[in-house]
Design a protein around this ligand. Sequence first.
Ligand code: SAH
Length: 465
Amino acid sequence: MQHFPIFLDLAGRRVVLSGGGDAALAKLRLLMKTQAGLTVFAPAPAPEIAAWAEAGRLLLHRREMAPGDALCAALVYAADEDAEKDARTAAIGRADGALVNIVDNLADSQFITPAIVDRDPVTVAIGTEGAAPVLARAIKSELEARLPATLGTLARIGKAFRKAVEALPAGRRRRDFWADYYFTEGPRAMDAGGAAAAKARLPELLDKHARAEADTGHVAFVGAGPGDPELLTLKARKALDSADVVIHDRLVAPEILELARREATLIEAGKTGYGPSTAQADINALLVAHAGGGAQVVRLKGGDPGVFGRLDEEVEAVRAAGLGWHVVPGITAASASAAAIGRSLTRRGRNADVRLITGHDMTGFADHDWRTLARPGAVAAVYMGKTSARFIQGRLLMHGADRATPVSVVENASRADQRVIATTLERLPADLSAARPEGPALTFLGLEPRAACAALPEVQAEELA
Ligand code: SAH
């Protein structure tokens, strides 16, 4: 992040702008929303600027800016749309100690003005560091459509009521009250009777929430999917949105953790899956301690919580403590990896079943029904199979599998760094150690990538060739 977003208090401060044309007009329209004292330097100002000066909304000097003109200014805008003049303005501004912005000149500006969605006192600022103004505009128009025009009014009314809400215990109870006000009761009252009705509704609403029952803790076991945040379920997003505590696996992508409620406590708990070193008792104890204290806990697991996720053990611990719980399923790595190679997991005439197996379990490499897996057409998704490739190959060949059986390894399925390695049972160990996948990888026995899979990036296409 080169530009750090902040909200600057301009009440009573000086803001100086040089310029009298279109760029100046656009900036002044924004600046007039603030409580800053505006001074404009323009030998030939646009009629609008002259009219604003007449109306006392800004101070207009019909001349070029000179050294000393920006003294005590917080901000200076160089908006003459002329490189030479703008450079002069910027030099004066800097010498006078102000922060300087040159319109449409990112490199020489000390700050930039974001795209703004204005629901004062709620203000959304959107910046792209100048990389994609189109994107900023698109986000702005989406937010403009999504945020009700009454939001600002509701926020102003709500702000005056904050003190009264301190009657509710801090934390969830207060949050529930405000969520009810901003998203349900407030807009409803505004629609029915305007600002006065929204204001009148607040004490009743507080009373309702004061009488609500005290919190009881709860654990939601939530599947985070394979990594792409867009592959989260809506229920997963909702749970993250209202969590007090998120206890997550190492495997959960940072972009997904970003979606947790800002005040939520994030706790990384151990390894993923079947590894013997996972301190399962500690995780159970963490769940019980937090939920037992009244928190809404999200136990966030990669993929689906019920696939190599030790779900049952954790549910049992929570249940034994008499706490509430529920499970939100997620997209498991096998589904995401099948999508990545453009193949279905089952297919009429080829395989009527598909196995989800683990490469190793608590005691070492895991044993399976190798005879069935070695049959032509068999399909299995091997989780945690990176180190067991040679073992699996050996067992399958021993049970008569064809050396040419197709095998695909999908690393980081659904993530930006997704990679597909196409191989055969014969070449699996060698190809895997040459490719050295570092991220989580899923091995498909019996499936080859569809060569013309349009979704695969170029690098992978090369590997498939
Ligand atoms: N509960 C998870 C699996 C946990 S076991 C699920 O349903 O997906 C961890 C193993 O899952 C990893 O070793 C790897 O084999 C697989 N895995 C998880 N995420 C993956 C991803 N994005 N791409 C490929 N494999 C993944």
